[in-house]
Design a protein around this ligand. Structure first.
Ligand code: DX5
Ligand code: ZN
Length: 223
């Protein structure tokens, strides 16, 4: 399986979002959009109107990461707006399977996110209902935080379950992913990698993506 590299526009220049997304065209697999509501996390970013406008600026599939309360109410609109994958947080949802079904019915892939302080075990049995699982490698809420290698045990746990049950799901990591951390995440079993600062903080974002991809590809399949 090929690695997915998903640059997070959280680290881009919000006054030039269209150009920032076009700068990674041809290099990025997905564009990662961090939606924060100042309730589920203290930070506040962008929402549906920006996603709707930005969709017209690029053909790159959108990987929407909802760090919001009440995703049952808000998530389906992102699927309807054409997001490729819509990920909501396990901590914010009482019935993740029902919401995954709704998202899939609306034409999107469904993703489940697990924040820093949430164990993954209770969610392993839900994996067949999801297309992606996002393991946070930081506490959700802000870009530019230091990678937490101690959270990779959750990635390995998911990878084992995926192998045993022969599941089709992407295992995504988010937070502090850069040239010096992506290989450890890949070795633990991740196959999709969000990178904000490491891509948009680089002089050449497309080149940074290619480097990350090569590093990840070299370590994937070793879990
Ligand atoms: C933070 C977001 C991340 C963030 C990652 O809660 O979910 O996607 O943009 O940023 P970096 O790659 O800078 O850690
Ligand atoms: Zn994110």
């Amino acid at each position: 399986m090929e690695p997915i590299i998903a640059p997070s526009i959280l680290a881009s220049d919000f006054s030039r979002l269209g150009e920032e997304v076009r700068a990674i065209e041809g290099a990025a697999d997905w564009v990662h959009v961090d939606v924060m509501d100042n309730h589920f996390v203290p930070n506040l970013t962008i929402g549906l109107p920006v996603v709707t406008s930005l969709r017209k600026a690029t053909t790159i599939p959108f990987d929407v990461h909802l760090m919001i309360t009440d995703p049952q109410r808000w998530a389906p609109a992102y699927a309807e707006a054409g997001a490729y994958n819509v990920t909501f947080h396990a901590e914010a949802c009482d019935d993740p399977v029902a919401l995954a079904k709704t998202l899939r019915a609306a034409g999107a892939k469904a993703g489940l996110a697990i924040d820093r302080d949430t164990p993954v075990e209770p969610y392993l049995e839900l994996l067949p209902h999801f297309d992606t699982i996002l393991i946070m490698t930081i506490k959700a809420g802000f870009g530019g935080q230091a990678f937490m290698p101690e959270l990779l045990g959750k990635v390995s746990d998911v990878r084992r379950r995926v192998a045993v049950n022969d599941l089709e799901i992407r295992i995504e990591v988010d937070g502090g992913i850069a040239a010096d951390t992506i290989e450890r995440a890949a070795e633990a079993g991740a196959d999709a990698f969000v990178a904000g600062t490491a891509v948009y903080g680089a002089a050449d974002p497309a080149e940074a993506i290619r480097k990350l991809r090569a590093l990840a590809a070299g370590r994937m399949g070793l879990a």
